[in-house]
Design a protein around this ligand. Sequence first.
Ligand code: AOS
Ligand code: ZN
Ligand code: ZN
Length: 401
Amino acid sequence: MHAGDTLTSEQLQTRVFAALDSFRIEIPSWGFSNTGTRFGKFTQAAAATTIEEKFADAAEVNKLTGVVPTMALHVLWDLPNGVSDVPSIQALVKKYGIQSGSINPNLFQDQEYKYGSICNPSTEIRGNALAHLLDSVEIGRELGAKDVSLWIADGSNYPGTQSMSKRIGYMEEVLTSTHAALAPTQRMLVEYKPFEPAFYHTDIADWGMALELARRAGPQAKVLVDTGHHLQGTNIEQIVTWLLHVGGLGGFHFNDRKYADDDLTLGSIDPYQVFRIFHEILSSDAKGVDDIAFMIDQSHNLKGKLEAMIQTVVTAQELYAKAALVDHAKLAELQQSCRLVEAEETFRGAFWTDVRPIIREWREARGLPASPLAALAEGGYMEKITAERGAKNAASVSSYA
Ligand code: AOS
Ligand code: ZN
Ligand code: ZN
């Protein structure tokens, strides 16, 4: 059964159009530049190497999809001079029509963070990490960003080498100080990750730790769920339900995983899981459910950067539209009366509905290309940036050192 069995084609179109009109997702600047794994980088001729090129690529993705008006920035990579780079970002926002989005501090690359940043045993190093977080808050305030999105890579690799309990106290102190600097309109999103780069313990390893740290930091701190950051078999949509229930959900970093971390295209491994996450959000009446940040976090090493970004955006739209087809009243009635198979068929019937034809109609009705991927392939933008950037990227080939 699919939703088309119970909804008329007009009802289907109305539901899908309404869902797509409300759906926006943020793209990451780091998704356009060369990246790799610890085994090395495979550079791409068309990869962005400057913040302006990242804005240009984001503008192209938005031109073809119409639903990515903001781009997340990484402070160290996109504003290397900190707050003094704000005017140049503002000029690029104006030039390309892409608003700067969430601000991502970088507490995982400087050599001094070898034993941790906000959890480092050294008071001085923790102070430096806090200074970077406060700079990031100020950059966010200057750029009008709602979210400062913290990913803390801190942890350890061997039992006994660090005091996990002391590190909790260090984190509480720094996150509380960071929260105190937030403007009333700002939020601090606390991301969690079970492992990588640390392999014995990660200081913010799961949603419970992130929620408690956010709660202790202050009311403007929320949890960020990166869909790639869960151990095998985790029921992510149940975590989302809990965070909605307690008012702790700030947003998402969307990607997919088969084994670990988060650098596979959203829905490439488990699209049904993404549908289930979107269903929990669309069926929730929890406070703050309309304030959840949908953000992509990917930096593909093999796929073309813009192709992969468009794939993710299009997949997110499709799964969101599917989730919008679930008949909540009917499902609630079937769940209440434990009519299991009918409830399941009502639920997954929406997932099995092919919404792509209606999405193509929606795109054409909004003056957008019916197929953004095809439009990218035919539009000449890739050829243009490959010609402009090829030599620079070829010269940047770095081997594993
Ligand atoms: C790292 O694994 C996290 O997903 C980060 O959120 C992401 O990699 C990016 O660096 C933003 O800080
Ligand atoms: Zn992330
Ligand atoms: Zn990640």
